[in-house]
Design a protein around this ligand. Structure first.
Ligand code: FES
Length: 104
């Protein structure tokens, strides 16, 4: 009997580091889907309201999923594919206030 999940099972497993925790991921998926599947919680906070933000549209439109990827701020987690040796951090600042080399 065919396993309906066979294709999924053949995808190689990977992991990424999110705020110091190892999160399981699958090759080809986005950082956002890996974090959602792992129930990793919010991806950042709004500097305006202080509310926690999480992926919403998963299509690159809403910018609710901004994270820092390997030290690079303002990355949309839903548009970034999981790669080896990724370190993801929550983004807790306004994207427009981030200046390279300066903490905001
Ligand atoms: S979830 Fe909307 S831009 Fe990423």
């Amino acid at each position: 009997m065919n396993n309906p999940h066979e294709t999924t099972n053949r995808l190689s497993s990977m992991s990424l580091n999110f705020e110091g925790c190892v999160i399981a991921a699958r090759e080809g998926e986005t950082v956002a889907t890996a974090l959602l599947a792992a129930k990793a919680g919010y991806t950042g906070t709004s500097q305006v309201s202080g509310r926690r933000r999480s992926p919403y549209c998963l299509t690159g439109i809403c910018f609710e999923c901004l994270v820092e990827v390997n030290g690079h701020a303002n990355q949309r987690a839903c548009m970034v594919r999981v790669r080896k040796n990724m370190t993801i951090r929550r983004q807790n600042r306004l994207p427009s206030l981030h200046l390279k080399g300066r903490e905001t």
